[in-house]
Design a protein around this ligand. Structure first.
Ligand code: NFD
Length: 309
């Protein structure tokens, strides 16, 4: 009896492993084309509830709508449709329903520096990115695409953005970038990568170049650019050179003032926090150890009266 039970149990476990493996295999595509994120509805709605209760308080306003309504609008935009023919306009009802007013002087755009830009923005406290807003937060880092048959979305394989001009997720980010830019006010910031020899820091065909810069309104006064550089690597482009000159011209042509800084101190400190042993950060380390030669008099000790009094 015990043997039979053990066998049934073992077969059951094997069966479960097989089901599990088949689910994993069905989500995996050897070319790296992932299918729609597993449990996308639950992930989306869970993020939505969490955002409403715990995120970006008090930096961004709450949205007066339901998470189920947002999911339905988002899902309707691409489901039961071919993955390569989703117009930007399909997402418009979702983009309007999830829209938030953006704080003046705090919008941050970025190209090729996702991680650094979000550290710099300090998740909405210093600056607000598209991914900090509800619109972007719910969709960030998930994959989705539709199909005409049930369940209306493809769990095995979604096309790459380059495979077709109106890919479901690409159209979403295009529409989201456009509406994000339209809502920006005051001084806006843009963080770019000046260290990539293969990609200019500013590209007219990037999302920033195609959907954000052209959709800034007259409520925007200035575009403040930060060019960041990978520590200890050659600086391929700096402010006032190469594609930054093209950017300056494009910004000024639209009537905004323009300012550009290479690795301002806040950004340098963030880079050094991630890579303190880099040569460029040793200056800070030496300073902290009091090993820097300084022509200035030593800082007076606490409670010591400096001799200039
Ligand atoms: P980027 P950007 N295939 O770093 N945004 O200026 C796939 F699969 O070059 C946010 O173009 O800078 N993914 C997001 C791609 C997406 C491909 C788009 C591609 N061929 C736009 N090309 C977002 N949160 O995901 C690009 N990507 C993806 C707005 C890839 O994930 C933001 O407000 C890459 O990290 C920001 O100001 C991301 O798109 C500006 O547009 C951005 O490409 C960044 O677009």
């Amino acid at each position: 009896m015990v043997m039979i039970r053990t066998r049934v149990f073992a077969v059951g476990i094997l069966f479960l492993i097989m089901i599990n493996t088949s689910i994993v295999v069905s989500q995996y595509d050897p070319e790296g084309h992932r299918g729609t994120t597993e449990n996308i509805k639950e992930v989306f709605e869970g993020r939505c509830w969490d955002y409403d209760v715990t995120r970006y308080l008090p930096d961004l306003p709450r949205v007066d709508t339901g998470c189920e309504t947002l999911w339905k609008l988002f899902f309707k935009a691409f489901s039961y449709q071919p993955p390569c023919a989703v117009a930007l306009e399909n997402y418009q009802p979702y983009l309007e329903e999830a829209a938030q007013a953006l704080p003046k002087d705090k919008v941050l755009f970025w190209s090729s520096v996702f991680s650094l830009a979000h550290q710099y923005g300090d998740y909405g406290q210093r600056y607000v990115t598209l991914e900090d807003t509800l619109v972007g937060y719910l969709a960030n880092s998930i994959t989705w695409c539709g199909q005409s048959i049930e369940p209306g979305y493809n769990v095995t394989r979604c096309p790459a953005w380059d495979d077709c001009p109106l890919e479901a997720a690409e159209s979403f980010w295009a529409g989201a970038s456009k509406t994000f830019a339209q809502r920006a006010k005051g001084e806006v910031s843009l963080m770019l990568d000046g260290s990539n020899p293969e990609k200019p820091a500013y590209r007219r065909n990037s999302f920033f170049g195609k959907f954000e810069l052209p959709n800034l309104t007259k409520d925007v006064t200035r575009v403040s650019v930060i060019v960041s550089h990978v520590l200890d690597k050659p600086k391929v482009e700096v402010c006032g050179e190469g594609s930054l000159l093209l950017l300056e011209a494009d910004v000024k042509e639209r009537g905004f003032s323009y300012v550009c800084k290479d690795d301002p101190l806040v950004v340098l400190h963030l880079l050094c926090a991630s890579d303190p042993n880099s040569r460029e950060c040793q200056l800070v380390v030496n300073h902290a150890r009091g090993q820097l030669n300084s022509t200035k008099k030593d800082t007076p000790l606490l409670n010591e009266v400096p001799d200039f009094f």
